[in-house]
Design a protein around this ligand. Sequence first.
Ligand code: KIV
Length: 262
Amino acid sequence: MSLAECQIKISTTILLKKKKAREKITMLTAYSCPLANILDEAGVDIVLVGDSVGNVALGYKNTIPVTMLEIMVHTQAVARGVKSAMVVADMPFGSYQVDKNEAVGNAIELAKAGAEAVKVEGAGYIDAIKAIIKAGIPVMGHLGFTPQSVYELGGYKIQGRGAIHRARIIKDARALEKAGCFAIVLEMVPPELAKKISKALKIPVIGIGAGKDCDGQVLVTHDMLGFYENPPSFVKVFTNMRSQIKKAVSSFIEYTQDHPQK
Ligand code: KIV
């Protein structure tokens, strides 16, 4: 029986226990109440209101334009659909970089919208992360490829390939753990590096495009459900919703044509 079936609420303590017990943690994105409800009922541990909402649902070309208001509205919707999973909301670009007090204020807004934790990209804002945790809001870190820095990183590229860069990511992961993060996402790094970091840290490391040897896996739900013709190469596509929806819509059109008004 899954934790969702037992109606157990996922907490940072449970996630830590799962890591200790070598039980894999699952995290998927949702931006709406019905999808969040399906993920929750299926037993996913964490529902992430990712700023990927920008590319996936709002038609932006990347996550940079996503605003606090947009994440708040989607967090409210997701929180209404979830009973057991932990709801984590991304802090959007610009919401934590300017000033640590502003970061705390924004994290509080997300908590009021229904987030049980927030996710912050990079290790450059440790003071903001510590201040958010001090305010009582758990923080998930995010290293490797950090989409809000897509321009600085020069595009969607694997991170941590050279020795210097690899050492930097390990140092950043340790700094986030020391700052009090309860977990980190590691995106698009070589599997050996992800394995090393997962072993080195006490907190769970949740990978995306980082091989199988992390403490858990996260995917953008729309990618793994097959909404796109060309998902990122590391994504395992579990079904093809794009063709299923097209088929259903064609059936609807045909049905409508076959039943003309009398
Ligand atoms: O915004 C998002 O969906 C994310 C995942 C890719 C981890 O940050």
